[in-house]
Design a protein around this ligand. Sequence first.
Ligand SMILES: Nc1ncnc2c1ncn2[C@@H]1O[C@H](COP(=O)(O)OP(=O)(O)OP(=O)(O)O)[C@@H](O)[C@H]1O
Length: 553
Amino acid sequence: MNNILHILRLIWRAQRASLIRGTALAVAVVAMGVALLGLSGWFITAAGAAGLAGIGIAFNVFQPSAAVRFLALGRTAARYGERLLTHDATLKSLTDIRVGLLRGVLDLPFRRLSQLRGAETMNRLVADVDALDGIALRLFIPAVSAAVVYLGSFLMLWWLTDLVLAAWIVMSFALGTGLVLIWTGRHALAPSRRSEKALQAFRIRLIDLLRARDDLVVYGRLPDQTGAVGAAEARLRENLDAVDRLERRAGLLLALTTTFSAGVALWLGGALVERGAIGPAQAALGFFAALALAETVQPLRRGLADLGRMLDAARRVRRLMPENGAAPVPAAPAAPAPDEAAAALEMTAISYRHPGAERPVIADFGLSVAPGESVALVGASGRGKSTVLALAAGLIAPDRGEIHIAGRPVSDLSESQLRAEMTYLPQRSMLLGQSFYDMLALARPGLDEREALEVLEAVALSSTVAGRGGLHAPLSENGAGLSGGEQRRLALARALLRKPRLVLLDEPTEGLDRPTAIRVLGGIREILPRATILTASHRKAERDWADRLIRMT
Ligand SMILES: Nc1ncnc2c1ncn2[C@@H]1O[C@H](COP(=O)(O)OP(=O)(O)OP(=O)(O)O)[C@@H](O)[C@H]1O
């Protein structure tokens, strides 16, 4: 429950004014509903009684009928305003939460980030935040408005009718519906949680199925995975049905509570009329007001049926959220000026052990690369070449030792300064976008087409792009449909477009034939004639191209 309150606090802090106005309108809607039915009941009975008594001609029908019309129209207008305000406030605050969550995910240390599974993270960002919309709309606002309306109804009924009648109507209602709602919340908790889990499993398995379709076919596991998706879907249906059944039962119990409460109110009203404590029209007012109070709890019924889902979502969201929600991004400190005379990259006495590994992958390692130099890290597989590049790129921090870029400690540079200074091409890259142009523009939004074509020429991709219908020809997700070598060169072209002073390339010509590799390496220098380049290399073409080799043993 703490987590729900925390999320509610975030929504409240971001949208306090709209929530207060929305809740006030929600109170107005229910109060007008109760007043409308109560007044109508009173009006019909009073008019009938006046007719029977033969004084119908003297009965003032205009004022009550005008009030009935005012309440009916006012209720509709208040409902409209309430929906507009509360939904708008909730959606806006959920956007803030989603942004805060995204920021929380992006600020995770690289180690944790690399452990996150894409499908699960997507679920967190989409499904969990969506589940939170009910906290304000179906729990907080209805609960507050029900409490206010109960209190207001009690006072009004006491004033207009009789204390005993008013107390019975409001107490029986509050107690009866309270018990039904607690029962609903308790019983729906487990199926609501299970349905959310099944929904997440369904999505994750479906994404895995679509992503790994080829491998699943090759290993003959497509039917198993399809079955697993179907099983998650069946579990989801089953639990959603259970929640729906509970909600319907809750509806039935609430209707019985209303009937009982209103029935006793009618009998009590009759008894009070007999005793002459109130008139028949006042008794009718009490009876109809009791019927109208049912409206107060309807939205809570759905909210409590969904409580399990909201509780779990709130817990997960809170775990990833920065404590204060979507806090503004702190301004980056001014960058220390680069020292042109210093080494472009200097690593001193570096040790690093991967999490969970027994021994450090590199110990007491050092290197120095001069500005404009190209250096290749060489050595057998697993010696730590990629690890050195990841350290230099600031993606992981060394356990010991220091890293300087153009004379400045990496830890003194902000994330944006670091990214402006250097580019890193890992062994596997994601190609985001729907065309060659989109994929390249990730590195430089608003990229000039001429420049895009120039860099594509440098990585020997011009003819491929022309053959596919040009820069804006549609491509499949992550460049599927391009060969492995073409995808690699596209990722390289994207990295070069950043025009950084320091470039870290992990096996840049992997998968290319030797003539193409030589052409691409020449192209890199053409595009970045003065950049400092550090590569992790196995290929002879890359070793021959580098100014110097550093052997890792
Ligand atoms: N995230 C990780 N967690 C645990 N161990 C890791 C991790 N990443 C790499 N390693 C281990 O660290 C060692 C060095 O890996 P690294 O990728 O740096 O070597 P490499 O020289 O680049 O190899 P290759 O030439 O095959 O790419 C390997 O034994 C690898 O299994």
